[in-house]
Design a protein around this ligand. Sequence first.
Ligand code: GLN
Length: 311
Amino acid sequence: MSNLAAIVADIAEEMRGASERGRVADYIPPLACVSPDRFGIAVVLADGTEYLGGDADEPFSIQSVSKVFSLTLALGLIGDGLWARVGREPSGSAFNSIVQLETEQGIPRNPFINAGAIVVADVLLGGGTPAEAIAGVLRFVRGLAGDERITIDASVAAAEQATGFRNFALANYMRSFGNLHHPVEQALGVYFHQCALAMSCRQLALAGRFLAHDGRDPVTGRCIVTPQRARRINALMMLCGHYDNSGEFAFRVGLPGKSGVGGGILAVVPGVATIAVWSPGLNAKGNSQLGALALERLATRMGWSVFEVKG
Ligand code: GLN
């Protein structure tokens, strides 16, 4: 990987000067205050070697990238039983769309659209309180990244609570079908707090390593999930991780990836690396404009598309 350092530096340089940066999300007020000029990238290889560029150590609101971690936890709690309550198909609809829920009896298409992630949050409540479920998510992510400094930004969670009318609508609608087992406020409390996790690209790339390495932390060997589960989460990321932009992302980048409206994307190069990028400006579908471009550049130059693997 001798040229990786130079490629990461090139990409950070190109993104620093890019003029088409997209639009920062403003429907969650604190996110609107983040400068569109930020850009960070972190690549972590199997042996733990890190390649960092730009604002790689700056924490940002990971938003929907958190749905990967909450899904992993929920599968750990109830296993394949989750699939009775959440589908595994791309939605082809916006991340916060409600349209399919009516014809599909309150079963969200996949765990990465908001409706699906709210069901996952409901599962995380299990028999406990929202505070316990939120603490469980934070503990899990800190453990994965090996970094106790990771926090949840309470002001972001509160802003979502105050303005998340669409998410309340989704949750109430699903509750009417019996697909939420806890009060709407509790499931959303968990959901809003997981979305408000503040992490840097470096922390995110570290936390995602189990997905690239058969469900294990490749450095310590600690098993997080089975190899099959890791593959399946990657499959969902590839097909659903960018909502109605997932086809475009797979077409251009060719890697499992999960985006968030904070401008972060976590991408997985199976067996090789994890990559996290952050640029707050979003495209029309709510995914990081420069983040996707940076991943496209990196995957192309490194030959990292999963469709490029030579057996
Ligand atoms: N918390 C955000 C919301 O629920 C997450 C959306 C996203 O990152 N795509 O609207």
